[in-house]
Write a protein that binds this ligand. Structure first.
Ligand code: SAH
Ligand code: SF4
Length: 344
């Protein structure tokens, strides 16, 4: 059986058409499941008997199961999802005023082996299917509706959970198309951000294939040696090539590129690191997000002091590069950036 949540709108329309059914059923199904968030298979009388029979026999509406929910003082929620094969992944709802950003996973584990990342320590198990990515959203949204009524708006989606999203390009792209579809969730392009460690083959495809969503690059150092140490794929896909491709992605009205800079005490937080980063990004349309390192069991790095982070920011501002310092949320439940790990 095909998962309904694996089909973008055009896939669903063609599937119905190939089976001699009216294409209008696609809009009804999308509306019912995504806009109205209904879980039961369509009880909608507008669908013909024949269409309903086809849907019941050919499509499944299974979603990943919520296995465990952790909630922190600051209202961050971490979900542990159990997938059909017993593997697990996590997603995190990060509160912002009365709304949430949902941080999604794209793989079970990750093969990029970054030195500072708890997920990287887990290794790569498998890619997530589109329905497992969309399913994290559907379940998190439903949980909010049931548990925090009136406070259940998911404003942004970020692909910053477990996995390297561009290593799983096809499934991530299709999930993005589903999130954007005007017949369903209707999210705006600028509400979705896909973060990458610099996986060049995925970025090359992005130029022509990805809808116009935001890209974030995990920069972490402008220096080859240091970046090699932190992000091993930098040896294969050097930063200069990665930045060139990001800059060549056509800029839509709302899309913007963010450079994430993980700050590690005594490693990449000195003023000359800041100067070199400023030189690399000055004059472009870059926007920098400074992320203080989040520790995890067994990690060897430390977070710099607030003063050092602010001094780094001040240098970037001299280069007229807009900077924000990310506030850490959910670290008491290991839900902050880089703290997700579901090795079982
Ligand atoms: N694989 C993608 C997206 C997931 S990681 C990527 O690497 O970009 C999301 C962000 O969390 C990345 O910027 C990553 O570098 C950062 N991160 C990883 N481990 C971290 C840690 N221990 N502390 C803070 N940020 C971390
Ligand atoms: Fe993978 Fe991103 Fe972690 Fe690197 S930082 S190991 S790419 S999840």
């Amino acid at each position: 059986m095909t998962s309904f949540y694996s089909l973008n709108f055009d896939d669903l329309k063609s599937l119905l058409a190939q089976n001699g059914l009216p294409e209008a059923g696609a809009a009804l199904l999308y509306n019912w499941h995504y806009k109205k968030n209904q879980r039961t298979t369509l009880l909608n009388q507008k669908l013909s008997q024949k269409s309903r029979a086809f849907i019941y026999s050919e499509l499944n509406f299974d979603l990943p199961e919520i296995n465990f929910v952790s909630q922190s003082q600051d209202k961050t929620v971490k979900f542990l999802f159990k997938l059909h094969d017993g593997r697990t992944v996590e997603s995190v709802l990060i509160p912002f005023q009365q709304k949430y950003t949902l941080c999604l996973s794209s793989q079970v584990g990750c093969g990029m082996n970054c030195a500072f990342c708890y997920t990287g320590k887990q290794g790569f198990t498998r890619h997530l299917a589109t329905e497992e990515i969309v399913g994290q959203f559907m379940q998190a949204k439903q949980w909010l509706t049931e548990n925090r009524p009136g406070d259940d708006r998911v404003l942004n989606i970020v692909f910053m959970g477990q996995g390297e999203p561009l290593h799983n390009f096809d499934s991530v792209k299709k999930a993005v198309e589903i999130f954007l579809s005007q017949y369903g969730l209707s999210l705006a392009c600028h509400k979705i951000t896909v973060s990458t460690s610099g996986y060049l083959p995925g970025l090359e495809r992005w130029k022509n294939e990805m809808p116009n969503v935001n890209v974030a690059l995990s920069l972490h150092s402008p220096f080859t040696e240091k970046r090699n140490e932190l992000i091993p794929i930098n040896r294969k896909y050097p930063l200069a090539d990665v930045v060139k491709v990001i800059e060549s992605i056509p800029e839509g009205e709302k899309r913007f590129a963010t450079y994430e800079y993980l700050m590690i005490d005594g490693f990449n937080d000195a003023l000359d690191d800041a100067e070199a980063t400023g030189r690399l990004l000055a004059g472009g349309k870059a926007f920098v997000n400074l992320i203080p390192f989040n520790p995890f069991p067994g990690s060897i790095y430390k977070r710099p002091s607030r003063e050092k982070i602010e001094a780094f920011r001040d240098v970037l501002e001299k280069f007229n590069v807009p900077v924000t310092i990310r506030t850490t949320k959910g670290d008491e439940i290991l839900a902050a950036c880089g703290q997700l790990n579901t090795r079982s």
